[in-house]
Design a protein around this ligand. Structure first.
Ligand code: NDP
Ligand code: 8X3
Length: 247
């Protein structure tokens, strides 16, 4: 069975994707900063999972984790660039610059670094890359500023990769979800459970398992077929109009 390397596997979409792929017999490298969460996942799933705890922004730690991969986990066929976060909901003019930098470092710089490092092996194995973008890449909302910008990077980078990888057999997909109930809003609000409950309450949001099943579907399509971008929303979420600031 093939091997997947998943960033951000300690929670939400990443953890659900580990369970989904390992449940179908894939070997999975599960990564993230919280080692206790990764150990629990490994204990739950067993030998099909290899865990590596590191901060995806720490290139040396990432390299050390790669160097420590045993076979068959070292032969990566699928990269799921999932680690990411939003921080804050303030408008740009009152946003925290450190939060902006953390989002850029994680959602853009680390994602590009991991991709660059794993690309030669993915080309050699005619593998695949699945990137987690967002509806925030396409539809601006107040307070979405840099988060939406990072996800627009992920969308466009995915399309650019497809161009560059023409003829290699490597597939690239940008998955672009709307509301998924995970730890995302807790992280964004600095641990405000009430804010998270209010956002998702009554919205019948998508679940991490919904997105994991979509990732698994994309990853197991016939090798001649590439999903370029895939946008998903809960039925209860849709588009709002423009705002007008009247004189
Ligand atoms: P969660 O907060 O539940 O999970 C985020 C994961 O990213 C965690 O495993 C976390 O691990 C990891 N992560 C964050 N920063 C780092 C870091 N510096 N180094 C390593 N790992 C890191 O959120 P989701 O599952 O919802 O989010 C997963 C992806 O999906 C993100 O890219 C997000 O932007 C995207 N997305 C989410 C949507 C939603 O509504 N939830 C909608 C659209 C896209 P740890 O903290 O242990 O390091
Ligand atoms: C997460 C979805 O709408 O909160 O990417 O930006 S949203």
């Amino acid at each position: 069975m093939p091997t997947a390397f998943i960033t951000g596997a300690t929670a939400g979409i990443g953890a659900a994707t580990v369970r989904e792929l390992a449940g179908s017999g894939w070997h999975v490298v599960a990564t993230g900063r919280r080692a206790d969460r990764l150990d629990a996942l490994a204990a739950e799933i067993g030998d099909l999972v290899h865990v590596a705890a590191f901060d995806v922004r720490d290139e040396a730690a990432f390299e050390a984790a790669l160097a420590a991969l045993p076979a068959p986990f070292s032969d990566i066929d699928l990269l799921v660039n999932n680690a990411g976060l939003a921080l804050g909901t303030a408008p740009a003019q009152s946003a925290d610059l450190d939060q902006w930098r953390t989002m850029i470092d994680t959602n853009i710089t680390a994602l590009a670094t991991v991709t660059h490092r794993l690309l030669p092996g993915l080309v050699a194995r005619k593998g695949a890359i699945i990137n987690l973008s967002s509806v925030a890449a396409t539809y601006p909302y107040t307070g979405g500023n840099v988060y939406g910008g990072t996800k627009a990077f992920v969308h466009q980078f995915s399309l650019g990769l497809r161009s560059d990888l023409a003829g290699t057999g490597v597939r690239v997909t940008s998955i672009e979800p709307g509301m998924v109930e995970t730890e995302f809003t807790l992280v964004r609000t600095g641990g405000n459970q009430a804010a998270s409950d209010t956002l998702y309450g009554g919205a019948e949001p998508m679940t991490a398992e919904d997105i994991a099943a979509t990732i698994a579907w994309v990853a197991t399509l016939p090798p001649h077929l590439n999903i370029n971008t895939l946008e998903l929303m809960p039925v209860r979420q849709s588009f709002a109009g423009f705002q007008v600031s009247r004189a």
